[in-house]
Design a protein around this ligand. Structure first.
Ligand code: PRP
Ligand code: URA
Length: 220
């Protein structure tokens, strides 16, 4: 994996990357957390955070040297991305992150997995469905879900990817808000997974929702 100037491993470990808590990011998160924020603004400001997450995620993909000649006739010793990627969204809220990925990677292939937190007591996801690119085992996977609460949905999705032959170290989970519990759970089971999150909140409430969180992302 490539190392770069912007990536900063967090107190959670080198594979848990939390975006720098700039005033800009905090302001964006404040808008989407506010219960008074309507759908239009919620989508607009979430998209801005998603874009930051995607750009940071791409920073963690490997590159190889590539020299090009510029119109001034001079050689520029640059780099090019090495591997192929795909997006995998966890339905339904994760689908809201697909456009942000497409904005940065125009023709990226995107698969979907779905799990539902049917059981309100355990919050365990049930009913799993997956539609994934045939050659996913050869790709880096950007797994998309805005909320990491108990970690149940993320863990299920990763299991599906691993069953399809994707290497754990080639999965990058892009996420807007995480709970400490969710981070600990995914890290304990998949230590080589990279998590890129915009913010880590205080914890979970009695309904296993992230607190302070932003409520149900999919509904909003
Ligand atoms: C939300 C969210 C995650 C999951 C997080 O989806 O988008 O997939 O909950 O919780 P967990 O870490 O405890 O699994 P939800 O089940 O609410 O479905 P939705 O996307 O249809 O809103
Ligand atoms: N799903 C959400 O949308 N929000 C939470 O806080 C937890 C699960």
């Amino acid at each position: 994996m490539a190392h770069n100037a912007t990536s900063c491993a967090s107190k959670w470990g080198e594979n848990i990357i939390v975006l720098p808590p700039t005033a800009q990011l905090q302001a964006l998160l404040t808008v989407i957390r506010d219960e008074r924020t309507g759908r239009g603004d919620f989508v607009f400001y979430s998209d801005r955070i998603i874009r930051l997450l995607v750009e940071e995620g791409l920073n963690h993909l490997p590159v190889v040297p590539q020299t090009v000649k510029t119109p001034t006739g001079v050689q520029f010793p640059g780099v090019a991305f090495e591997g192929r990627i795909c997006g995998v969204s966890i339905m339904r809220a994760g689908e809201a992150m697909e456009a942000g990925l497409r904005d940065c990677c125009r023709s990226v292939r995107i698969g979907k997995v779905s799990g539902y937190r049917c059981d309100e007591e355990t919050a365990q996801p049930k009913l799993f469905y997956a539609k994934l690119p045939d050659d996913i085992a050869q790709r880096y996977c950007l797994l998309l879900d805005p909320m990491l609460a108990t970690g149940g949905s993320c863990l299920k999705a990763i299991e599906v990817l691993l069953e399809q032959g994707v290497k754990e170290e080639r999965i990058l989970f892009l996420n807007l808000i995480a709970s400490p519990e969710g981070i600990k759970n995914v890290q304990a089971k998949f230590p080589k997974l990279k998590v890129i999150t915009a913010w880590v909140d205080e914890g979970l409430d009695a309904k296993q929702y992230i607190t302070p969180g932003l409520g149900d992302f999919g509904d909003r």
